[in-house]
Design a protein around this ligand. Sequence first.
Ligand code: ADP
Ligand code: AMP
Length: 216
Amino acid sequence: MNIILLGPPGAGKGTQASRLEQERGMVQLSTGDMLRAAVAARSPVGMQAKAVMDAGDLVSDEIVTGILSDRLDGEDVKRGFILDGYPRTTAQAQSLESLLALKGTSLDHVIELSVDEDALVERIIGRFSCASCGEGYHDIYKQPAVPNVCDVCQSENFRRRPDDNEETVRNRLSEYRAKTEPILPFYEAKGLVSRVDGMAPIVEVNAAIERILDGG
Ligand code: ADP
Ligand code: AMP
């Protein structure tokens, strides 16, 4: 099963993708994570992408599609993948069609997570993650069970993304409305889109996604 989780920044795509990885053995493909790894490695792609990401603008279709295409060649992707943060433009949606056709696979579902704009800003400003294993947390909605200790790997080191500040968030949201939302009709025409209320608690959003994947 191959799916896209679509929704604005902070909608809960990464949170839900990581639950699906644990529950179903699917592979999360986050282009944001891939780009952050490139920035951390100071690779040529990372050097080009950093300022764009810090401003909350979109990295070029060529760069992002290039890194995704390489990742889709991974053997693990055959277990089924969850695209998180890709495609973000009509051009990317079209490139994805060609890439999947070339690799002899296709999409089963596009799941749209909808969340109010004010809640998105609150979610992003409160977001942090474990610096060792990447587990995601939130100041209010998902704190570690033991304060300052990661639930998954017991690390005591946490980090916040440089682009998770109010000014950048507003730009990221407007980029989503202007460039990403318009790709929905493309998938609607293929009958692939299901909508989930992303305002519900994390476990309820997860249950709604599971029902869609189970065909119910
Ligand atoms: P995205 O990957 O779509 O940008 P995340 O999964 O990183 O979003 O979620 C953004 C923040 O909101 C995180 O701190 C996460 O813990 C929190 N969060 C995710 N889903 C929910 C939810 N249903 N209710 C409340 N907080 C949530
Ligand atoms: P995310 O982790 O999905 O919130 O993405 C963080 C940032 O990475 C975005 O604000 C963009 O600058 C960049 N990015 C991630 N995925 C894409 C994509 N598919 N197309 C263009 N830019 C992207």
